[in-house]
Write a protein that binds this ligand. Structure first.
Ligand code: 16G
Ligand code: ZN
Length: 528
């Protein structure tokens, strides 16, 4: 490692004095103007991680659903997963080091992680459509090359596409071809195989309206739609030709505001969905005949998917351990429906994809979704091999179910939650089951809920346990929440510090939106 050269080059990507940023839930994120040094240093770190794991490492330049002027970066580990927690700490240390300390911090990481510097390194890079992304990804490349790493720049990709490329490269082609074409072909073949099973009794072609948040999702759907257009037509809105990225549109806007995005025309009963800015989240919605808006979030997506998988497994007659992973934000109705009606075990983890992904890996089939629409399904290698064998061997009803399941397995992006892949899975399941969007929505009724952001002086005074559902500190907080919650039926509430913003998030749900005071008033009026 030529530290002299590294330091010289680092000075060209100088860190603003005193600026401290943390590798948060989804990497570094802030205003794009403050990120040049972070990008360069993440290029350096990716090389070290690649040497240590002897694998290809990914670097994605994006700030997902955040405003257009922001940007961010995250590293992708060998199996397409989020960076390991110990390396998140190294990332924070390296990013916070003053210029003169960079050399020392690098050396410390090499020593602590026993990085063999003689190993070769390979890094793949991609970026979203933000105006700042291209220059920032050049800074990543600068960091990679100064440490002697080799790289491939994919240019514009969705975040889950980059995760997919990393996984493909490190699985020796077993998972798929590490090209955009390989990705499009794998998913489209699976989708067309599935939708070909649906009887074509003069059916009008299925279609879905997609709000692309003015981001990369539009470009990538356009690139791919001709591969599957026989089975589905996608009508793109907010495709980036006019509006600003994530502005009044996209999955995060729709989920948090519980209203349709601007720029989409909705007719009653039409299926619509929204991606976020880097296309790793999706939510569905529709308007009913009275013009009321209905949101179908990650919880209902997880329910549709896990119910379908469970039905297929029953038909095939294989006993496979299937579990669903959620976070504290999952609507209580979804958890109850999965546990009590579907008899599927449900687990709760902390917020952040890495926690859900990790838990889901413990099952033969693990379905995980955050209520905000990030999620996928993971299949153990043993299950995948078994199902694909049964799909070839069996010729009866069981064989048909096995072939359906085999295609569904191929349709999921098992490296990360992926709006495009999830959309195709959902569209295939709805088509195969002959469900309308209203019928899907009617599986269960969401408990009314609210989520608020509260600005506080220091959010770190709040610490939590039990997958963020209980506050440990400050003293008295949890007791106060308990006192309120016990006044209501099916009520739940929690408070946690955000991992991505300098705020505290407050969540509450109950079987009615009527407050305790209102209901007491109502009761006493009724009696008089
Ligand atoms: C990030 C996370 C997401 C989380 C959200 C809010 C990833 C890839 N994304 O978008 O999982 O729900 O932040 O987190 O991990 P927060 O409530 O801690 O701010
Ligand atoms: Zn995202």
């Amino acid at each position: 490692m030529d530290l002299e050269a590294v330091c010289k080059r680092s000075a060209l990507h100088a860190k603003p004095q005193g600026l401290i940023l943390q590798y948060g839930t989804a990497g570094f994120r802030t205003n794009a103007q403050h990120l040049d040094h972070i990008m360069f240093r993440m290029g350096l770190l990716a090389v070290l991680r690649s040497k240590q794991t002897r694998s290809t490492i990914g670097v994605m330049v994006t700030a997902s659903h955040n405003p257009e002027e922001d940007n961010g970066v995250k590293l992708v580990d060998p199996l397409g997963e989020m960076l390991a927690p110990s390396w998140e700490e190294h990332a924070t240390c390296l990013a916070s080091a003053e210029e003169q300390d960079v050399r020392q911090v690098l050396a410390a990481i090499v020593e602590k992680e026993a990085v063999d510097l003689t190993q070769t390194a390979f890094v793949v890079i991609a970026r979203d459509t933000r105006p700042s992304s291209e220059k920032l990804s050049q800074s990543v490349i600068d960091g990679v090359t100064v440490l002697g790493g080799q790289f491939h720049d994919y240019g514009l990709l969705t975040t889950p596409q980059l995760h997919y490329m990393v996984y493909c490269r490190n699985s020796g082609g077993r998972y798929g071809q590490a090209t955009v074409e390989g990705y499009c072909q794998k998913l489209s073949k699976a989708f067309v195989d599935l939708t070909n099973q649906v009887s074509c009794s003069g059916d009008v072609k299925r279609s879905v309206k997609v709000d692309c948040a003015n981001g990369i999702g539009a470009l990538k759907l356009r690139e791919m739609e001709h591969y599957f257009s026989r089975g589905l037509s996608v009508l793109l809105f907010n495709d980036g030709t006019q509006g600003r990225l994530n502005h009044l549109c996209g999955a995060d806007f729709v989920k948090s505001q519980q209203k349709p995005p601007q720029g989409i025309e909705m007719k009653s009963g039409e299926r619509c969905c929204s991606f976020d800015g880097d296309a790793d989240r999706i939510v569905y919605y529709y308007c009913d005949a009275d013009g009321h808006f209905h949101l179908i979030d990650g919880d209902k997506i997880a329910t549709l998917i896990s119910s379908f998988l469970k039905e297929l497994l029953l038909e095939i007659g294989e006993s496979v351990n299937l579990g669903v992973v959620q976070t504290a934000y999952a609507n209580g109705s979804s958890t109850r429906y999965l546990e009590e009606v579907m008899k599927v075990p449900v687990y709760c983890t902390k917020t952040g994809v890495k926690h859900l992904h990790h838990k889901a890996q413990e099952f033969d089939i693990g379905v995980y979704f955050e209520a905000n629409g990030h999620g996928t399904a993971l299949f153990s290698e043993a299950v995948e091999v078994k199902i694909k064998r049964l799909a070839q061997e069996l010729d009866d009803g069981k064989g048909k179910a096995a072939r359906t399941l085999a295609s569904i397995i191929d349709l999921f992006n098992q490296a990360a939650g992926d709006a495009i892949s999830d959309m195709l899975v959902i569209e295939a399941i709805l088509a195969l089951k002959g469900l309308t969007v209203q019928q899907w929505d009617a599986i269960y009724v969401d408990l009314p809920n609210r989520q608020l952001k509260v600005k506080v002086a220091d959010r770190r005074v709040i610490s939590t346990t039990d997958a963020e559902r209980q506050a440990v500190t400050p003293p008295g907080l949890q007791e106060a929440i308990n006192d309120l919650v016990k006044k209501y039926t099916l009520a739940r509430a929690f408070v946690r510090p955000s991992g991505t913003e300098d705020i505290v998030r407050v969540y509450a749900e109950a079987n009615s939106q009527v407050s305790w005071h209102q209901s007491i008033e109502f009761e006493s009026r009724r009696k008089t």
